[in-house]
Ligand binder design. Sequence first.
Ligand SMILES: [Zn+2]
Length: 334
Amino acid sequence: MGFNEIIGQKEVLKFLKGSLKKGRIANAYLFYGPNFSGRFSTAIEFAKGLNCKKGLGIPCDECPSCKKISKFEHPDVHLIFPPNKKYSLPKDIAKLRKEGRYFKFLLDARDIGINTIRGEIVKEAYLTPFEGRKKVFIILNAERMTVEAANAFLKVLEEPPLNTVFILITTSPTLLLPTISSRTQWVRFRYLSKRNKDTIFKKFFGNTTLPDMISAEEISIFFDEDTNRLRREIGELFFSGDAKTRVIRWNKPRALDIEIIIYILYLYIYDMIKIKLNMDRIINKDYIDELRQVSGKYTMEDIQNKIEILNESYQEYRYNVIPEEIMTNLIIKI
Ligand SMILES: [Zn+2]
């Protein structure tokens, strides 16, 4: 891959390449910015630069160390991510990201708990690197650390191990504990221009025509067959009949993935707002007629209330209310 294949992040690359050349490496970095802006790929390239056999600097991308890092096989480069029953290897995660399925993975994943931080970071971070110069820990979705886990990690940052570099990846520094984010070097990834975004999407998804979407989450809803089917079902349900008919229609036993249902409903409601404000970037284009009709009936205040209902449902979901109960409430109220 190499640094030169990272698109649209000139300032980030200038800064990181400069640090590698001068050998001025921080203990911890916070790579933050929107999805698909290159945070993950940049972290991998930076890890190569730290461990390249040709010396600290711009990675050669050819030596055994660079190659191992590309294949997620380097013993000193660790990838930490929210655990999920199905996928546990860094390789799997890299593949899911490439296929735009990482968001779906996240929905099924637990938070990054204290055991992960203890087992994979605290225990490892103070050991000398096996074969590289630096141990590198890349923490994906760092905002998903539980409070307990974050505190355990904070202790490590307070006594930073000598040859270890942490790269935390998230969308915004405000999602992390200030005590953590203040101990990291912030590296901001910008929104990509339309042209750069098209290039990236083409690389990830080939020549498939993409609806004009703004984030990886939205894309993965369309690219994952099950999720897309659920999106269409929600659309049909959402735009049909009164509440009673809707409850009856939905009344079929199935495993509910309530978090994704709530997320899909958010997307429908945001579409209604966009229609009301004459904005483009409608996501559920296949329901545009229905969306127009429905949004004509509601005031902005009604729509605001619907967002509140979704927020409440999300809280209920976080507090382990039974999914069926949340769903029934949603159908009646929304
Ligand atoms: Zn190399």
